[in-house]
Design a protein around this ligand. Structure first.
Ligand code: BG6
Length: 478
């Protein structure tokens, strides 16, 4: 291989690489966005027809967008080395392939259990040189101690400016759009605080179950798999102060301040501030599906597949404003959204009936959409007083950008990792602060022996979640 730039993907035959990374790289190729002359080297244990496998995955994802010309260009960049990531031999083979490559990104699409070992092997093989970066997928460990262990290994081989901690939510268009919405408009920022906002809710609802990832998932659960990373990142972007600019550290400084201001939830609070759930058998999209423990032979488990948390950010801007977080698998529908609930008018000159406080809804999935509910007069000549109704002011991103293909979040992530731009990657202190907050909840659950409450697959999750918001006079928005 005689390229000066290379991307090396560990776990290249795995699910993440095949379903997300290679299709994303192919799309970047098709759009002419891959760095000139870059080679893409996959590595995994087994001997496979690598190009054939990647092509099948790309075709499946691209569908009608598949182009033979783009594929031909892409295929020329591909190479593969089979080997065991824990053995020196693999790194010798990689070093031989990477001879002359001055800029390399090592992307670890493998279990976090291997992160530390791979980083150390790369260093030993002389592959962690100044031109090399490492990208690691979440979750970074299972808790703060295991995260620190991985971090130490990463740090031995790579400096912080060369470590790219991936949270693919940050690559989603609407997530980046949060920055634009907040900081490229004057409309919201003066209202973006405890005086005008009653509460914020963030929901990540999925219809899929743990399925083929059961063994991984069972070790993590919803709190560690989704809340620790994706949801806390969303919360940071909603709650942070305006950064000085868009430089990586300016943005990340503001995010970590939010994480540090999160009020700890421990054994004394878990029962009133959190809800755990686990799905039992039910129906998803009209089909009968097994319960979580039935997905694994003889499986018994106390792992939560649903978590809801009433969080608070103890700072001037957000004092007293609940941030409700809720995520679960096998729920009624797939929906990821952030709801910013504004306060009601302080005094109504209208009849109270039908007066609904403004609400900003930022929908990430299934469709990307931003809408603001506003009170409006219903056209009528009714003499019994003015009739009002909330109507939506919609930023329909699908209609606004009809011709634009909806990009995979990993396209942005890969492009930025290749360009060395860390703005959309998580800094070490963010990960560690997030773990410390999450660990206290997990420890609290253990301490209080809080078992997950059952909910039927295809339902909205355990009913106990409603008490979490109702206690403060709030309600989940479905
Ligand atoms: C991953 C989690 O990080 O995010 C999965 O490990 C989850 O459990 C997935 O299904 C959700 O991502 P998205 O982009 O489909 O919302």
């Amino acid at each position: 291989m005689n390229h000066s730039k290379a991307l090396v993907i560990f776990g290249a035959t795995g699910d993440l690489a095949q379903k997300m990374l290679f299709p994303s790289l192919y799309f970047l190729e098709a759009d002419g966005l891959l760095p000139e002359g870059i080679s893409i080297l996959g590595t995994a244990r087994g001997e496979v027809d690598f190009a054939g496998k990647v092509q099948a995955s790309v075709k499946e994802r691209a569908g009608a967008d598949f182009s033979e010309q783009a594929w031909a260009r892409f295929a020329k960049r591909l190479d593969y080395v089979a080997g065991d990531a824990q053995q020196d031999d693999l790194y010798k083979a990689l070093a031989a392939k990477l001879k002359g490559a001055q800029e390399i990104v090592f992307y670890l699409a493998v279990s976090p259990d291997f992160f530390g070992a791979i980083a150390l092997h790369l260093k030993a093989a002389g592959l962690a040189h100044k031109g090399a970066r490492i990208a690691v997928e979440k979750p970074l460990g299972h808790d703060l101690p295991s995260c620190l262990k991985i971090e130490q290994a990463l740090e031995t081989a790579f400096t912080e400016d060369r470590i790219f901690r991936v949270d693919h939510y940050l690559g989603k268009e609407t997530v980046q759009n949060l920055l634009a919405l907040r900081f490229a408009n004057t409309l919201f920022e003066p209202l973006w605080n405890k005086d005008s906002i009653e509460h914020v809710q963030i929901t990540v609802a999925e219809t899929v179950g743990a399925g083929g990832r059961w063994s991984y998932y069972d070790h993590y659960g919803a709190l560690r798999d989704i809340v620790q990373n994706h949801m806390l990142q969303l919360l940071c972007l909603i709650a942070m102060e305006v950064p000085a600019n868009l430089e990586p550290d300016s943005v990340r400084n503001e995010k970590v301040k939010v994480l540090r201001s999160l009020r700890p939830i421990g054994a004394g609070e878990v029962e009133s501030q959190t809800v755990r759930g686990q799905y039992t058998k039910g129906y998803t999209d009209g089909a009968a599906v097994p319960g979580y423990t039935q997905e694994k032979d003889g499986g018994e488990s106390d792992t939560e597949t649903f978590a809801a948390i009433a969080a608070h950010i103890d700072n001037w801007r957000w004092a007293g404003v609940p941030f409700y977080l809720r995520t679960g698998k096998r729920l009624a529908s797939r929906s990821t959204q952030i709801v910013v609930q504004f306060r009601p008018v302080p005094h109504s000159i209208f009849s109270r009936r039908g007066l609904v406080a403004n609400r900003l809804t930022i929908r990430l999935q299934p469709e990307e959409e931003i809408s603001l509910s506003l009170m409006n007069k219903t056209p009528s000549l009714d003499q019994g007083g003015m009739q009002l109704k909330p109507l939506s002011l919609n930023l329909n991103l699908i209609d606004a950008y009809k011709k634009t293909r909806r990009r995979i979040a990993y396209e942005r992530i890969l492009l930025d990792a290749l360009a060395g731009n860390q703005t959309l990657f998580v800094r070490r202190d963010e990960t560690e602060t997030a773990w410390a907050w999450v660990d206290a909840i997990a420890d609290g659950w253990k301490d209080r022996e809080m078992k997950p409450l059952p909910y039927a697959a295809g339902s909205s999750g355990p009913p106990a979640q409603y008490a979490l918001t109702e206690r403060n006079g709030d309600a989940w928005v479905e």
